[in-house]
Design a protein. Sequence first.
Length: 423
Amino acid sequence: MLIAVAMFKQSRTQHGRSVGVGQLSLVEHALCPLETKRGANLVHRACYRFTDAQRRRQIAHVRVFAPLGLFPGDELYLWGLLALTLSQPESDGSFDATPHWCLRQLGLIDTSKRRGGRQYQQFAAALERLSAVSYLSSACYDPVRCEYRQVSFRFFSYSLPANPESNRVWNIVWDDVFFRMVQAIGGSMRFDLELYRALDPAARRMFLLLTKVGYRKGRIPVFGLQHLAVDLLGLSPTLAIRDMKVKVSRTLKRLEAVGVIQSGQILRVAPGQFTVTLERGPALNPKTDCEPTATESPLIEGLLALGFDLQAASSLVRRYPRKLVALWTDITQAALERFGRQHFRKSPMAFLVDSLSKAAQGTRTPPDWWHEVRKAEQKSEQPAPESREVFSKLLDEVFGSERRDTKAKSGLVRAGDLLKASF
């Protein structure tokens, strides 16, 4: 069984519904607790079961270290940004887009409402928290090598304009280990993206899990109540069994109301032990009439802000490589904001077209002042001493203290080696 990264790619069915497409990875467990109050240096512990190469049932232990805390709602941004990245024709682990474009693609803002600064602030805060997260697993399925491996990675790094009013794009660079695992062909699932957004965090997690384990299967597996409540949904392990039953029942009713499941029950099998049984609902049926399509290019919006019309902007995106268009659009916008329109001999649009043409021929490089601006905008992600100490103990707990002394063997990657660049 694979562990899971859920990711969204926007598409439309013949009936106009948004469809989510998920590649299997991190949905086998909760990434953080469901409580709303979380301080710094959060460490979330979870586990999941899998079958090894010898067909023996094993338990993998996961630790999620969030120095800045983590909210369950942050998962929507994580999976959404991952999908938007992979929906682009040149998906290399780097993603450039304006926050307005991202939020519009995810359905969090539209042209008539929900366009206030609150959505942008929430988006930026979620990026900050997610960028600091480190994920550790004692047995994560790697679809590239087709085996379970010890892994440690961060989700992404980012660079945002220092001026919150800037029209320049936000740059997100995904962790290489994480992104290669996501890119690999290892099975996929589709789900209703609009439905996912409408659910609460606990129901969202269970919806993705059921979509994964129940896809094209007649029956849904039976779950242990405590395992489902704590490891999969993120409830506190200190909750009394009766409280777990109440909270899980509430999630089952929520999913039953929207057609994800039916006949959900919590059954007593022994003193103090309960199982959760349920049947698939119509919302879990495979979608045969919907094919994912690539979203519009995130570079279009930046070009429109400079004065290009839609046809001209689309022509530039088709003509030049994505990275080149993103680079010189950012340089042009930075020059406009820093020096004003008088900086350009003719216009910002003429400067951009000329720069793209010469840069494609290798005769123009970014100006020195732009490099200085970029350096000034880089956020320092060095962890506090307290965070380093917590994370070091976490590595020892998951991989063993001998990780410092053992050499990497063939087919095995040490978490410490993977993280040298981060600390």
